[in-house]
Design a protein around this ligand. Structure first.
Ligand code: A3P
Length: 295
């Protein structure tokens, strides 16, 4: 891999009120004009909400529960990342244009930045949301691992930036609300990480129904087994250990870090928690969208 200009790679600039990587914003036209297909299935999330988990589940659904088929390639090739742009690597758009249908598409875009063709083509979207506190913790550690992300600074500072939406993909609050409010306007299945943790089989059944797929109980059980946190943690096709240390350094904190609901309790101080809750109440007032921070 060629040497990367870290400063420019880590730069975040606003686009329609949302901070995105500068390279993505500079090339926004290529993303905005992306041509979706009617049988595309989009996995949309705010970062750290369980994107990789949902991606593996949906690829296993498309492989009828055959885990060997899902070992054909790494998750980032089986489910290309729409807005991905890192110099010297294929862009998400290039990858997707070269992928035969039916395509699985990963994105972290807020709904108002989604390329219009997804709606014109009536593509299906599975949105996974995770509670704001666990996302904040997971995102903080992720910033420490990934060289393309800016230095998060100490936890207190990162949490403050996160609450203000001064992080990549902007405000968690706007993201989860934006997709929630439009879930009946388009073909959107809105799921929660905490529900998936609590009862994966039930949530996978929702995905099957939404995708119009039938599956034997045996195949469904195989999906539950192969997409458990413990299994995925050691699966080199999904744990990103295949990527060089220069891209993601997992020597101290693995990508598959904890995989639980409620880890925030180990990181939020009492004061941080009180401030967070007060701010949360204001930002989430007027919505019927509710999260569980423990299960
Ligand atoms: P933690 O950092 O809290 O452990 P994303 O794929 O959107 O980047 O999300 C990553 C988060 O999802 C990490 O959270 C990771 O451990 C968790 N995760 C990945 N696979 C999982 C699985 N099979 N079950 C539960 N959590 C999983």
């Amino acid at each position: 891999m060629k040497t990367l200009d870290m400063e420019s790679l880590q730069a975040l600039v606003p686009l329609h009120g949302v901070l995105l990587s500068k390279d993505v914003v500079d090339n926004w036209e290529t993303i905005e004009s992306f041509q979706a297909r009617s049988d595309d299935v989009v996995i949309a999330t705010y970062p750290k909400a369980g994107t990789t988990w949902a991606s593996e589940i949906i690829d296993m659904i498309y492989a009828d529960g055959d885990h060997e088929k899902c070992r054909r390639d790494y998750i980032f090739n089986r489910v290309p990342y729409l807005e991905f742009r890192v110099p010297g690597m294929p862009t998400g758009i290039d990858q997707l244009n070269g992928t035969p249908s039916p395509r699985l598409v990963k994105t972290h875009l807020p709904i108002h930045l989604m390329p219009n063709s997804f709606w014109e083509k009536k593509a299906k979207v599975i949105y996974v949301a995770r509670n704001a506190k666990d996302v904040a913790v997971s995102y903080f550690f992720f910033h420490q691992n990934v060289s393309a992300l800016p230095d998060p600074g100490p936890w207190d500072k990162f949490l403050d930036n996160y609450m203000k939406g001064n992080v990549g993909y902007g405000s968690w609050y706007d993201h989860v609300k934006g997709w929630w409010e439009k879930r009946h306007d388009y073909k959107i299945l809105y799921l929660f990480y905490e529900d998936m943790k609590e009862e994966p089989k039930r949530e996978i059944r929702k995905m099957l129904d939404f995708l119009g797929k039938n599956m034997s109980d045996d195949a469904l059980n195989k999906i539950v087994y192969h997409t458990s946190f413990d299994f995925m943690k050691t699966n080199d096709k999904v744990n990103y250990k295949s990527l060089p240390k220069e891209v993601i350094d997992q020597s101290t904190i693995p990508f598959m870090r904890k995989g639980i609901a409620g880890d925030w309790k180990n990181h939020f101080t009492v004061t941080q928690n009180e401030e967070f809750d007060g701010d949360y109440k204001r930002k989430m007032s007027g919505t019927d969208l509710h999260f569980r921070t423990v299960i």
